[in-house]
Design a protein around this ligand. Structure first.
Ligand SMILES: C[S@@+](CC[C@H](N)C(=O)[O-])C[C@H]1O[C@@H](n2cnc3c(N)ncnc32)[C@H](O)[C@@H]1O
Length: 108
Protein backbone atom coordinates (compact mmCIF):
# COMPACT_ATOMS: atom_id res chain seq x y z
CA UNK A 1 0.00 0.00 0.00
CA UNK A 2 1.29 3.45 -0.81
CA UNK A 3 0.89 6.77 0.98
CA UNK A 4 -2.46 7.50 -0.63
CA UNK A 5 -3.83 4.11 0.39
CA UNK A 6 -2.77 4.71 3.97
CA UNK A 7 -4.10 8.26 3.98
CA UNK A 8 -7.47 6.90 2.88
CA UNK A 9 -7.35 4.17 5.48
CA UNK A 10 -6.49 6.57 8.29
CA UNK A 11 -9.22 8.95 7.12
CA UNK A 12 -11.85 6.26 7.67
CA UNK A 13 -13.10 7.07 11.15
CA UNK A 14 -15.07 3.83 11.28
CA UNK A 15 -11.86 1.83 11.10
CA UNK A 16 -10.46 2.06 14.61
CA UNK A 17 -7.94 -0.75 14.41
CA UNK A 18 -4.93 1.58 14.55
CA UNK A 19 -6.42 3.93 17.13
CA UNK A 20 -6.78 3.87 20.88
CA UNK A 21 -5.17 1.22 23.01
CA UNK A 22 -1.59 0.07 22.38
CA UNK A 23 -1.00 -3.61 21.73
CA UNK A 24 -0.09 -5.64 24.84
CA UNK A 25 3.32 -6.63 23.45
CA UNK A 26 4.51 -3.02 23.30
CA UNK A 27 3.19 -2.29 26.76
CA UNK A 28 4.81 -5.32 28.36
CA UNK A 29 8.16 -4.73 26.67
CA UNK A 30 8.31 -0.99 27.32
CA UNK A 31 7.04 -1.21 30.88
CA UNK A 32 10.24 -3.01 31.85
CA UNK A 33 12.46 -0.25 30.47
CA UNK A 34 13.61 3.03 31.94
CA UNK A 35 11.98 5.83 29.90
CA UNK A 36 14.27 7.57 27.43
CA UNK A 37 13.99 8.48 23.80
CA UNK A 38 11.74 6.46 21.50
CA UNK A 39 11.45 6.46 17.74
CA UNK A 40 8.11 5.03 16.66
CA UNK A 41 8.62 4.12 13.02
CA UNK A 42 5.34 3.85 11.10
CA UNK A 43 3.54 5.29 14.11
CA UNK A 44 0.18 5.56 12.33
CA UNK A 45 -2.37 7.26 14.56
CA UNK A 46 0.00 7.20 17.48
CA UNK A 47 -1.44 4.65 19.88
CA UNK A 48 2.05 3.48 20.88
CA UNK A 49 3.73 6.87 20.68
CA UNK A 50 1.11 8.37 22.97
CA UNK A 51 1.27 5.50 25.44
CA UNK A 52 5.04 5.88 25.59
CA UNK A 53 4.80 9.65 26.05
CA UNK A 54 2.30 9.14 28.86
CA UNK A 55 4.87 6.92 30.52
CA UNK A 56 7.70 9.41 30.42
CA UNK A 57 9.29 8.73 27.05
CA UNK A 58 10.35 11.46 24.65
CA UNK A 59 8.78 10.16 21.48
CA UNK A 60 9.27 10.93 17.84
CA UNK A 61 6.67 9.37 15.58
CA UNK A 62 7.40 8.90 11.91
CA UNK A 63 4.91 8.01 9.21
CA UNK A 64 4.44 8.85 5.55
CA UNK A 65 0.70 9.22 6.00
CA UNK A 66 0.07 12.84 6.85
CA UNK A 67 -3.49 11.89 7.77
CA UNK A 68 -2.28 9.26 10.22
CA UNK A 69 0.39 11.52 11.61
CA UNK A 70 -2.11 14.35 12.02
CA UNK A 71 -4.38 12.06 14.00
CA UNK A 72 -1.41 10.97 16.10
CA UNK A 73 -0.57 14.54 17.03
CA UNK A 74 -4.23 15.33 17.76
CA UNK A 75 -4.48 12.19 19.88
CA UNK A 76 -1.35 13.20 21.79
CA UNK A 77 -2.72 16.68 22.46
CA UNK A 78 -6.05 15.23 23.62
CA UNK A 79 -4.16 13.13 26.15
CA UNK A 80 -2.07 16.05 27.34
CA UNK A 81 1.27 14.78 26.05
CA UNK A 82 3.52 15.90 23.26
CA UNK A 83 5.09 13.82 20.55
CA UNK A 84 7.23 15.05 17.72
CA UNK A 85 5.90 14.13 14.33
CA UNK A 86 7.99 13.62 11.24
CA UNK A 87 5.89 13.19 8.12
CA UNK A 88 8.29 11.17 6.06
CA UNK A 89 10.69 8.40 6.71
CA UNK A 90 13.14 7.83 3.91
CA UNK A 91 15.67 5.13 3.36
CA UNK A 92 15.07 2.77 6.20
CA UNK A 93 11.55 2.13 5.00
CA UNK A 94 13.02 -0.09 2.36
CA UNK A 95 14.76 -2.25 4.93
CA UNK A 96 12.02 -4.81 5.13
CA UNK A 97 13.98 -7.08 7.44
CA UNK A 98 14.26 -4.23 9.91
CA UNK A 99 10.58 -3.48 9.56
CA UNK A 100 9.57 -7.08 10.08
CA UNK A 101 11.80 -7.60 13.10
CA UNK A 102 11.24 -4.33 14.88
CA UNK A 103 7.84 -3.14 13.78
CA UNK A 104 5.78 -6.22 13.02
CA UNK A 105 5.07 -6.94 16.69
CA UNK A 106 3.55 -3.50 17.05
CA UNK A 107 0.91 -4.31 14.46
CA UNK A 108 -0.92 -6.75 16.70
C1 LIG B 1 -0.39 -1.25 10.02
S1 LIG B 1 -0.22 0.53 10.34
C2 LIG B 1 0.47 0.44 11.97
C3 LIG B 1 0.51 1.76 12.71
C4 LIG B 1 1.07 1.69 14.14
N1 LIG B 1 2.42 1.13 14.19
C5 LIG B 1 0.15 0.88 15.02
O1 LIG B 1 0.46 -0.27 15.35
O2 LIG B 1 -0.91 1.41 15.37
C6 LIG B 1 1.22 0.85 9.28
C7 LIG B 1 1.63 2.31 9.19
O3 LIG B 1 2.85 2.36 8.46
C8 LIG B 1 2.84 3.50 7.64
N2 LIG B 1 3.76 3.22 6.53
C9 LIG B 1 3.67 2.20 5.64
N3 LIG B 1 4.70 2.25 4.78
C10 LIG B 1 5.47 3.32 5.14
C11 LIG B 1 6.67 3.88 4.60
N4 LIG B 1 7.25 3.34 3.55
N5 LIG B 1 7.19 4.95 5.22
C12 LIG B 1 6.55 5.50 6.30
N6 LIG B 1 5.41 5.03 6.83
C13 LIG B 1 4.87 3.94 6.25
C14 LIG B 1 1.38 3.66 7.23
O4 LIG B 1 1.06 4.98 6.84
C15 LIG B 1 0.66 3.20 8.49
O5 LIG B 1 0.35 4.30 9.30
Amino acid sequence: MDKTDWDNRHADDDDRRWAGEPCPFVVSEAAALRPGRALDLECGQGRHAVWLAEHGWHVTGVDFSTVGLGKALTFAASRGVTCDGVPRWEGAVREQVFLERILAPSFG
